[in-house]
Design a protein around this ligand. Sequence first.
Ligand code: SAM
Length: 261
Amino acid sequence: MLGQIFRYLKYRTKAKNRYKIHSPFAYGFLNNVLREKKYYDDFKILDSLTRELMESDKIIETVDYGAGGKGKEPVKYKTTLGKVAKRRSHPLKRLHLLYNLSAYLKPSTMLELGTAVGISSMYLKKPVPESKMITVEGCPVLASIARENFRKAGLKNIDVIAGNFDEVLDDVLQKFDKLDFVFFDGNHKKEPTLDYFNKCVEKSHPGTVFLFDDIHWSGEMEQAWERIKADERVSVTMDIFWFGFVFFRKGIAKQDFVVKY
Ligand SMILES: C[S@@+](CC[C@H](N)C(=O)[O-])C[C@H]1O[C@@H](n2cnc3c(N)ncnc32)[C@H](O)[C@@H]1O
């Protein structure tokens, strides 16, 4: 906890409101995604479904495959759906950011690693109903709750794969010719994060965007983020503390933006 506060203060001292941005793409992204304040009609249904999930006192049995799980083996435990939804997903402000991102980029292919109950998947998918999306979750109970939520939100073309990323990612990647967008939102450990990154880069193209959750969550995650920023295939990165965006666009100078959010 103290470590995270320290890392947040470090981020705040570096973060800027304004940048001299020569790339029209980075400028557009900043204004249309990070600074966009528009309230879309879709937020009504998505926010109310999210609140309903976060307030649910239904008892479920789940496992946490991520760094949050105790010990090395994923541990099964009983809890309420509301607690899982709240602890594993994101506040509405960041969920709206995911929607803005998808509405702006209009990805036709999306992969998400870490579904939980499907909240972020819904915000990403809603603006691009025709896109193909696969989301992967280690806990089969959560995977089936997510499927039910997608049905309630009227979303089609989302496949939920229940399985450990380490075991299913190669097969999942075979289902895509190319990836326009990937959200890395599970297993916040350094080596697996870099492994998933390297595998997904194989399906990237200059317009692809990767989004990493919790890049400052731990020293390990910060090390992974440093390696990703330095990767020669990556051109621009944007750090808003909670999330790190990665771009592969060609013809622009390599630059890391630390943006106040
Ligand atoms: C932070 S939650 C995802 C939240 C979700 N994206 C949202 O915002 O609604 C991360 C999820 O990834 C799953 N996970 C973590 N590591 C995994 C692994 N190695 N294989 C499969 N699932 C994993 C966890 O079970 C957890 O439900």
